[in-house]
Ligand binder design. Structure first.
Ligand SMILES: Cc1ncc(C[n+]2csc(CCOP(=O)(O)OP(=O)(O)O)c2C)c(N)n1
Ligand SMILES: [Mg+2]
Length: 323
């Protein structure tokens, strides 16, 4: 099992904090009317994208969901390009044409967020197939919610990846709800790792609020995929602490006590407390990172606000590939 040194742990903490502060900024900007379209934040779930993407290079391909800002940042999309995209500005990663659910940045291997629940599973399977055919040392990764595991794409994607030993990693972010539907109402079998095992696939259940646990499990399965030993599924148990989408209600389907319980298991607070307790880092070191991230996110929001909207005359550009 991989052990983490101080620098590696702090890098994970920094990335989770970048996602948290960016999401807080986006929630504020949404309330201020700066964001056209929906905005699903990843607050509470930062450890999953952070722990997985720490093992990926820009050559690896990530396929994401409607809740994809954290995946984009963890994969390497600059905060300026993320916030500008949500503001609909030409400096965004999709040139202001996509918004929250069409974040594309092939340069860093961010192959798209999506408003459609499920297809990312098939796209990552396809990426794995392509990498295998070309004998490339790359992996395809699908992030998806508990809401996707009873979709046909889950069955088809996992089965195909298993029979062809594809270098694909399936990361289920089980936050216990699909919008307001509890996972326990949506399926009789909530053990997602056991479901994957029925396809003959390596599968692990992980505490998705423990970034070190996610990092270790992801390291193991990604190395296995790169070595040609086939796909794996990680069932990460986590929780979103904000409403399903900004502007939506957050009562009636879950209790305040449940939300408070999970806030008490916050991945960012936990890693910091563990590192301080182990004498690995000081409060001052965390404060310095806080200040650094605050400046990065403020700069990104300012950059986005001052960026122009796309020229309407270019509305039909980038629709067909010239290749
Ligand atoms: C194919 C499809 N069906 C239904 C929807 C409507 N929808 C949007 S988000 C969502 C819930 C998704 O839940 P989950 O996959 O658990 O992700 P979470 O929002 O919890 O991160 C649903 C059903 C959709 N976008 N796509
Ligand atoms: Mg869910």
């Amino acid at each position: 099992m991989t052990t983490l040194n101080k620098e590696e742990s702090l890098a994970l903490w920094r990335k989770m904090l970048l996602i948290r502060r960016s999401e807080e900024q986006l929630a504020k900007s949404y309330a201020a009317g700066m964001i056209p379209g929906a905005c699903h934040t990843y607050i509470g779930e930062e450890a999953v994208a952070t722990g997985v993407c720490a093992h990926l290079t820009f050559e690896d391909a990530v396929f994401s969901t409607h809740r994809g800002h954290g995946h984009a940042l963890a994969k390497g999309v600059p905060p300026r390009e993320l916030i500008a995209e949500l503001f609909g500005r030409v400096t965004g990663c999709s040139r202001g044409r996509g918004g929250s659910m069409h974040l594309f940045s092939p340069e860093v291997g961010m192959m798209g967020t999506s408003g459609i629940v499920g297809p990312c599973i098939l796209q990552a399977t396809g990426a794995g197939y392509s990498f295998k055919l070309q004998s490339m040392d790359r992996v395809g990764v699908a992030f998806f919610g508990d809401g996707a595991v009873s979709n046909g794409a889950f069955h088809e994607g996992l089965n195909m990846a298993a029979i062809w030993d594809l270098p694909t990693i399936f990361v289920c972010e089980d936050n216990m709800y699909a919008t307001e539907v509890p996972f326990t109402d949506a399926t009789r079998n909530q053990d997602v790792a056991a479901r994957a095992a029925t396809y003959g696939m390596n599968a692990l259940t992980v505490d998705g609020n423990d970034v070190v646990a996610v990092y270790q499990a992801a390291g193991e399965v990604i190395q296995r995929a790169r070595a040609g030993n086939g796909p794996s599924l990680l069932h990460c148990k986590t929780y979103r602490t904000r409403p399903h989408s900004e502007g939506m209600r957050d009562g009636g389907y879950r209790t305040v006590e449940e939300v408070e319980y999970w806030k008490g298991r916050d991945p960012i607070t936990t890693l910091k407390a563990n590192m301080i307790a182990a004498g690995q880092a000081s409060e001052a070191e965390f404060e310095a990172i806080e200040a650094e991230i605050k400046a990065v996110v403020e700069d990104a929001a300012e950059f986005a606000k001052n960026s122009p909207y796309p020229d309407p005359d270019t509305a039909t550009n980038y629709i067909y590939s010239a290749q």
